[in-house]
Design a protein around this ligand. Structure first.
Ligand SMILES: NC(=O)C1=CN([C@@H]2O[C@H](COP(=O)(O)OP(=O)(O)OC[C@H]3O[C@@H](n4cnc5c(N)ncnc54)[C@H](O)[C@@H]3O)[C@@H](O)[C@H]2O)C=CC1
Ligand SMILES: O=C([O-])CC(=O)C(=O)O
Length: 322
């Protein structure tokens, strides 16, 4: 399979590429041809990573090519991991950030439209991930919008791990966790449908509202504070999980979380790229239907979706949705 990774020379790229090449994402029987896209200034560093990939002699790795132009980089891509983005700089307003990223994700959407495989799967990791995915999809009219997704799997994995630690159970006993909304501090990590070892969780509402939700929602900032730079290996691992499940299916009828263009489910306006509880069936993400949403959950989902709608309005005003 042909896999294009943007931002290949960045921190997530360095944690991600070796796992893709080793078969962790697409399995031990799938040969992977990697196409690394970087800015011209970082293309040399990407060449160095290509050398290291070769030196691993992974049996699953085919070719590795480095590009500083999106059009050839996405040619024939079956999977596109859009990691490279413009980080917020000093004094930069949210609007400046959206505009700068529009300058990256609009041309990448056009390049995907021009040359990617008809059934390409796109995962946007680079922040603001949900809205970057919306921009890329808007510039790829020939690719169905649902092929554009954004990553909330890291938030999902953080939520599972926090709950498992709180309940003193192994992570594999936790099911039915959901992330709703934006990959931002407004996200809603939902435990109201969660089961532990197959039994409904007796939810401690005080801990849930006062500790669990803020810990998960602010985990990215806590990592930056502790490590001096943002999550990289855990983000790469979540990207591997997202694509693996999308291609191979979510195991055992379980759900996970991913941000997808809304079909209007759960009152999320159609087209907004929002996180939902999802299953992957026959190679496609499907929003888990029919969940009961209590008043507490409703308020939090609505707040995060309102932020996404604001972001959509802002990029529309900037002319970034075409
Ligand atoms: N969705 C999520 O859960 C998470 C998202 N992130 C986001 O992922 C992004 C990448 O993070 P890091 O790897 O730590 O950043 P980084 O700054 O280490 O690397 C980013 C790389 O992207 C490259 N790049 C920038 N513009 C590009 C373009 N137009 N085409 C190709 N490459 C380009 C840069 O040259 C750089 O090498 C950031 O936006 C970060 O906020 C990080 C963690 C979790
Ligand atoms: O907060 C950041 O910049 C990185 C990020 O998205 C996360 O760790 O969830």
């Amino acid at each position: 399979m042909r896999v294009t990774v943007t931002g290949a020379a960045g921190q997530i790229g360095y944690a991600l590429l070796f796992r893709i090449a080793s078969g962790a994402m697409l399995g031990a029987d799938t040969r992977v041809d990697l196409r690394l896209l970087e800015l011209p200034a970082a293309a040399r560093a990407a060449e160095g990573i290509a050398m290291e990939l070769q030196d691993c002699a992974f049996p699953t790795l085919g070719t590795v090519d480095v590009f500083d132009d999106a059009v050839p980089a996405f040619d024939g891509a079956e999977i596109a991991l859009l990691v490279g983005s413009r980080p917020r700089g000093p004094g930069m307003e949210r609007r400046d950030l959206l505009e700068a990223n529009g300058g990256i994700f609009a041309p990448q959407g056009r390049a995907l439209n021009a040359g990617a495989a008809a059934d390409v799967r796109v995962l946007v990791v680079g922040n603001p991930a949900n809205t970057n995915a919306l921009i890329a999809a808007a510039h790829a009219p020939d690719i169905p919008a649902e092929r554009f997704t954004a990553m909330t799997r890291l938030d999902h994995n953080r939520a599972v791990a926090q709950l498992a630690a709180h309940e003193s159970v192994p992570v594999h006993q936790v099911s039915g966790v959901a992330i709703w909304g934006n990959h931002s501090a407004t996200q809603y990590p939902d435990l109201t449908h969660t089961r532990v070892d197959g039994r409904p969780l007796g939810l401690d509402r005080g801990w849930y509202a006062d500790e669990f939700i803020p810990t998960v929602a602010k985990r990215g900032a806590a990592i930056i504070e502790a490590r001096g730079s943002s999550s990289a290996a855990s983000a790469a691992s979540a990207a591997i999980d997202h694509v693996r499940d999308w291609v191979a299916g979510t195991p055992g009828g379980e759900w996970t979380s991913a941000a997808l263009p809304s079909d209007g489910s759960y009152g999320v306006p159609e087209g907004v790229v929002s996180s939902f509880p999802v299953r992957s069936v026959a190679g496609e993400w499907r929003i888990v239907p029919g969940l009961e949403i209590d008043a507490f959950s409703r308020e939090r989902i609505d707040a995060s979706v309102a932020e996404l709608v604001e972001e959509r309005n802002a990029v529309r005003e900037l002319g970034l949705l075409g």
